[in-house]
Ligand binder design. Sequence first.
Ligand code: AMP
Length: 426
Amino acid sequence: MTPEEVSGYRSALAVKVSGFDVPRPIRNFEELSFDTLLMGAIAKQGYEKPTPIQCQALPVALSGRDIIGIAKTGSGKTAAFVFPMIVHILDQDEIEKGQGPIGVVCAPTRELAQQIYTETKKFTKPYGIRVSGIFGGMSKFEQFKEVKAGCEIVIATPGRLIDMIKMKALTMLKATYLVLDEADRMFDLGFEPQIRSIVGQIRPDRQTLLFSATMPRKVERLAREVLSDPVRITVGEVGSANEDITQVVAVLPSDEEKLPWLLNRLPELVDEGDVLVFAATKVKVEEIENRLREKGFKVAALHGDKDQASRMDVLQKFKSGVYHVLVATDVAARGLDIKSIKAVVNFDIAKDMDSHVHRIGRTGRAGDKEGVAYTLIIQKEARFAGELVNSLIAAGQNVPAELADLAMKVSFPFFVWTIYHRGVIY
Ligand code: AMP
């Protein structure tokens, strides 16, 4: 491709890059010259063509460069760091017992780590590359034994990884490929010291890939400190909502109308596919779960007070169709990748726009255009309404008149302020 073709192709993919001498994007998986085992595994998963983040991040990561990847949830970023990790590992000497790992992936929550683990295994299996999942809730002893026996890749939550390092189950001496996934969420959950400690134990000439849905200043600072000469790849607008997801906003007078709204709409939503309902607190989650169960819905709940075994059990049953509705708090549902979710209901609004974008990203996975996100907003939440209007406009969605009215309640004084000050300035 000529430089003009490259820039045309990048705009078609909605990919922006910055950095020194950025490798060109690929148009198909064949251009990567992977061996037949990896190509076979990719075909087996039914991946016909690379997603935009994969088109640009794969050639960059395969060239050995560090990456800052800013991509919407569900963009296919896991494969974008897993394929190059496999190639990287195949280039290294074999791991002896007590050595390893070579590839280290850190993720904010158990659920996300579990998902990355499952996705990674699909592609490492043909090579016999050993992958260990190191996350809380499972027996430390079993994990210790598995890791100690040797493994090429660990997929970990930061806290448990540090525990394992302290227990001398593993050393970072051979680690040369580090992935920090959902870095913004890891910071939100207070893992910054743990991340810094892990990074500090890995040799500086490693390859580092940092992925994040948003780039708050503190993540930017970490990226500057731990990456060398990175290529920055942004897919879509930073922190914006996925345009493939249809957003519907219902403005209700007060909290009391929310449950009747849900009970009224739920039968039709369940007919279309699985439904994920977000509520603000554990108490609310359980209350909604109970009310829906009373009405005969096959419903389960997910929140931080449940232990790992029962969370896994709930997810498993939701995936296999035992439950059709899952009610959850933000933390519990972070990073969930369940293809059958066709609707997300924000029973309570998210604490900020970032969380809203993460929440609605639980539907519409990998370009599925049928996802719908419903947001219930009440009169006293005018402040959030303004942000929601902006986000809907940016994602090319309809803005209901009631929502615009609600937003005006807070933005009108700002509007007056702007006119006044402009008047002064000009
Ligand atoms: P991720 O953003 O990595 O969580 O990926 C979201 C979903 O997209 C996962 O279910 C992947 O299995 C799927 N996926 C990743 N890459 C592709 C691809 N090239 N074609 C189709 N599906 C994909």
